[in-house]
Design a protein around this ligand. Structure first.
Ligand code: UD1
Length: 419
């Protein structure tokens, strides 16, 4: 049970290169199952969620090795199509294997991923999309048995009633194994979906439209070995920017496309930070306490990302002025609020809204991470706070941040992981 010991109040200065995007690399690793040959992925972050995904690939019969930030996957000889419950539980996003296994082997068995720390996370849209393509799916006692129907899989139109990121990715992967044309209408437009398309196209798949609400796939063709570089992590970048906004200072982040973060950058600018963007870089300088801003409403891309809600809230809680947050994606995404209150934050939650009244400066406290981004938010708050903070339950943070403490020390923060 290690924890972070953070001495707040040190300004952050310097340059950091962000890692590859967690939310991109996980579906891309699942997509490697479609390729009966070697896939070389560069810019793969070393995260517990990535290790869990590599374990799943090995269990299915694939070869998966890491050297530095390069991961080599070879799924030529798969030996099974079922994923045991303990691996499914480790990571909710492993439901993405459903579409990939269906496309490659025509069958998949895995346990129901169930809810998580953000509240219920249904997969009805994933299952409806796969059924539309010709999958028969049995749901029994928490298990999902999925196989292609007797007539086989066939491309067709899929309409998503909500632009679900996971359902869009599952449908894209399954459609690659379906002869004929699949059109996904109402698709999620997140940059990570465009990155998945980039990988699939590099492997020879005919996919177009990712990044818009309509994606078209001409499926059924064989994919070939591929070498691909994963995009930079916009949420990791948002975390370092909010940390610098809260602690003040001047930082430059490289390896991330600024146009994937437009909604977050606009909020930081309104709160009083100065921002400069280049091709793959973002610089932020923050000198005064952050001010209150217009309501922040989480929404599907290009709206404000739900993954950056807790992180921005943590920065604004130690500023001056009022900001209303409205969480529209998940039911239970304010669990960090109780912890921020221990630091003196003034935040009133009512259903989907949270009213943040900046108190000028937070103070250190002993805190517990409640989830991945909520945990990162506590670190952001602690860096700008007065005095010492301990952040426990680091396993949540390590799901999505490589070397968080080391990177922050590079910028001058006083943060240590205490074993
Ligand atoms: C979501 C985020 C994504 C983030 C990820 C991890 C959005 C739109 N998606 O992706 O940016 O990286 O969490 O934190 O912000 N839903 C259903 N049925 C389904 C699937 C989803 O009702 O079958 C609902 C969910 O309950 C949620 C909404 O659709 O309210 C969006 O969910 P979805 O995009 O699928 O979530 P993730 O893929 O997990």
């Amino acid at each position: 049970m290690s924890y972070y010991e953070i001495q707040g109040g040190r300004s952050l200065y310097g340059t950091l290169e962000v890692h590859g995007a967690k939310n991109s690399v996980l579906p891309i690793l699942a997509a490697c199952l479609l390729v009966p040959g070697q896939c070389v992925l560069h810019n793969c972050p070393d995260l517990s969620d990535v290790s869990a995904t590599l374990d799943i690939l090995r269990l299915l019969g694939g070869r998966a090795e890491r050297e530095g930030d390069t991961v080599v996957v070879d799924a030529s000889a798969l030996i099974r199509s079922s994923i045991p419950e303990h691996l499914m539980r480790e990571m909710r996003s492993s439901v993405i294997f459903l579409g990939a296994l269906l496309a490659r082997l025509g069958t998949a068995e895995l346990s129901y991923p169930g809810g998580c720390e953000l509240g219920p996370r249904p997969i009805d849209l994933h299952l409806a999309a796969l059924r539309a393509l010709g999958a028969e799916i049995l749901e029994e006692q928490g298990a999902l048995c999925c196989r292609r129907c007797r007539k086989g899989l066939q491309g067709r139109e899929i309409c998503l009633s909500i632009p679900s990121v996971g359902a869009t990715e599952n449908a894209m992967l399954a459609a690659c194994g379906c002869p004929g044309q699949t059109t996904i209408v109402g698709a999620a437009q997140e940059p990570e979906i465009a990155d998945l398309q980039g990988f699939l196209r590099a492997a020879g798949a005919q996919v177009t439209g990712a990044g818009t609400s309509t994606i078209t796939i001409q499926g059924g063709g064989a994919l070939h070995p591929v070498e691909y570089r994963v995009m930079g992590d916009r949420i990791e970048a948002a975390t370092y920017l909010c940390a610098a906004a809260a602690a003040r200072g001047e930082v430059e982040l490289t390896g991330v496309a600024p146009d994937t973060l437009t909604a977050v950058l606009a909020c930081l600018e309104r709160a009083g930070c100065t921002l400069r963007t280049g091709g793959e870089s973002i610089s932020l300088s923050s000198a005064a306490p952050l001010g209150g801003i217009e309501p922040v409403r989480t929404a599907p891309y290009p709206g404000f990302p739900t993954d950056a809600q807790a992180i921005l809230m943590a920065a604004l809680a130690g500023g001056k002025g009022n900001t209303l947050f409205v969480e529209n994606i998940f039911d239970s995404r304010y669990r960090h609020v109780d912890e921020l209150r221990r630091m003196g934050a003034d935040i009133q939650v009512a259903g989907r809204t949270a009213m943040v009244s900046g108190v000028g400066r937070l103070h250190g406290a002993s805190l517990r991470s409640t989830d991945l981004r909520g945990g990162a938010a506590l670190v952001v708050a602690a860096l700008g706070a007065e005095g010492a903070t301990q952040v426990f339950e680091l396993r949540h943070i390590k799901r999505g941040y490589q070397d968080l403490d080391k990177n922050l020390r590079t910028l001058g923060a006083d943060i240590q992981e205490v074993p």
